[in-house]
Ligand binder design. Structure first.
Ligand SMILES: C[S@@+](CC[C@H](N)C(=O)[O-])C[C@H]1O[C@@H](n2cnc3c(N)ncnc32)[C@H](O)[C@@H]1O
Length: 290
C-alpha cells in the first residue's frame, strides 16, 4: 500500500471501531467524528501495511498482537492536552482552602493520598506535588504523602516519568516556581526537580476498570479533569460511581471546568465553593477555611 494515500473508513467500519473503542475505554466517538479516527489511525494502517479498516479491526481484535495494538491505538486516539497549573483558580481552591482542612483532619495519621486520574504527561500530578511541598515546607518529611498518577496511554506515562518539559507545558507557570522547582536543560527544556518527581507514582490505569481502581484503595483527593468530556453519560456514570467508592468519606473530587456530574450520581454533590468544580460525598462536613 502506498504511504501517501490513506484508506477511508466506511460507515460500517466506523461503527464497529467506535463500538470497540467505547467498550474498551468509554471514549465516545459520535458519527460526525469519523474523520478524527481516520486522521489519527491512517498513519498506523500505513505503518502496518494494512489496506483497509476491516483488516485493521481484525488485526486489533484477533491474534497475539491484540494487547499491543490496543495500546498503540489508545496512544494515537487520546487527546493529551495539559499544562502545569492548568485552571489556576481551581488549584488555588485546592491549595488554600481544601488542603489546610485536610492536613488538619489528617494531623494524627499524617497520611494523605491523592489520585490524578487521566494525568496525561504528568503536569497535573507534579503541580499537586509542588503545591504540597510549598504548603508543608520542612514538615513534608513528617508526612506520608502518596500521589498516584494514572492514564490509559503508556506513551504519555513514559513522558511523565521522564519529567522533561518544554516552555509550552510551562506556559501558565510563574517564573519563580520555574526557578525553584525545575532544572534548566539544553534546548530550552526543563526537568522537574527529582525530589518533587519522587512524590508521584505513575501507573497505567483505564478508568473503565473499576476493580483495578478499588485495588488502589481510598483517596483523600481525586483530580479527574478534562477526560470526561470524551465520555458519554453511561461511562460518566460508571466513573462517578467508581469515584464515590474510592473517595474518602470526607474527601474531595475535582473535575474539569466544563464537566459536570449532575444527575449521574446520588452520592456525590457539588461543593458551593466558587470556581472549585469540586464534589464531595453527600453529608460530608463542609467546614470553612480558617
Ligand atoms: C486532555 S488530557 C487531561 C490531562 C489532565 N487531567 C488535565 O486536565 O490537564 C485527557 C487524558 O485522559 C486520558 N484518557 C482517556 N480515556 C481514558 C480512560 N478510559 N482511562 C484513563 N485515561 C484516559 C488520555 O490518555 C489523556 O491523557
Amino acid at each position: 500500500m502506498s504511504t501517501t494515500t490513506r484508506p477511508s473508513m466506511t460507515e460500517a467500519e466506523f461503527k464497529r471501531l467506535a463500538d470497540i473503542i467505547y467498550q474498551r475505554s468509554g471514549i465516545h466517538f459520535p458519527e460526525n467524528k469519523r474523520y478524527v479516527l481516520e486522521s489519527r489511525l491512517g498513519h498506523r494502517l500505513a505503518e502496518l501495511e494494512i489496506d483497509n479498516y476491516t483488516q485493521y479491526i481484525a488485526f486489533l481484535t484477533m491474534g497475539p498482537y491484540q494487547t499491543d495494538e490496543f495500546q498503540e491505538m489508545f496512544n494515537r486516539i487520546t487527546i493529551n492536552e495539559t499544562s502545569f497549573f492548568r485552571n489556576e483558580p481551581q488549584l488555588e481552591v485546592f491549595e488554600k482552602q481544601v488542603l489546610p482542612l485536610l492536613l488538619e483532619a489528617r494531623a494524627r495519621t499524617k497520611r494523605l493520598r491523592l489520585w490524578s486520574a487521566a494525568c496525561s504527561s504528568g503536569e497535573e500530578p507534579y503541580t499537586l506535588a509542588i503545591m504540597l511541598e510549598r504548603t508543608l515546607g520542612v514538615r513534608l518529611g513528617d508526612w506520608r504523602i502518596e500521589i498516584l498518577a494514572t492514564d490509559i496511554s503508556a506513551k504519555v506515562l513514559k513522558a511523565a516519568q521522564e519529567g522533561v518539559y518544554t516552555n509550552y507545558a510551562l506556559r501558565s507557570t510563574n517564573p519563580l516556581i520555574l526557578q525553584r522547582y525545575f532544572q534548566a536543560m539544553p534546548a530550552g527544556a526543563y526537568r522537574i526537580r527529582p525530589d518533587i518527581a519522587q512524590m508521584v507514582r505513575f501507573e497505567q490505569h483505564n478508568l473503565k476498570d473499576r476493580l483495578a481502581a478499588r485495588r488502589h484503595g481510598t483517596f483523600d483527593v481525586i483530580f479527574c479533569r478534562n477526560v470526561m468530556i470524551y465520555f458519554d453519560d453511561g461511562m460518566k456514570k460508571q466513573v462517578a460511581q467508581m469515584f464515590s467508592e474510592t473517595l474518602a468519606d470526607d474527601g474531595y473530587l475535582f473535575i474539569g471546568h466544563s464537566e459536570s456530574l449532575r444527575g449521574l450520581n446520588d452520592t456525590l454533590e457539588p461543593t458551593p465553593i466558587p470556581r472549585a468544580f469540586c464534589y464531595r460525598k453527600r453529608g460530608a462536613e463542609l467546614k470553612k477555611a480558617a
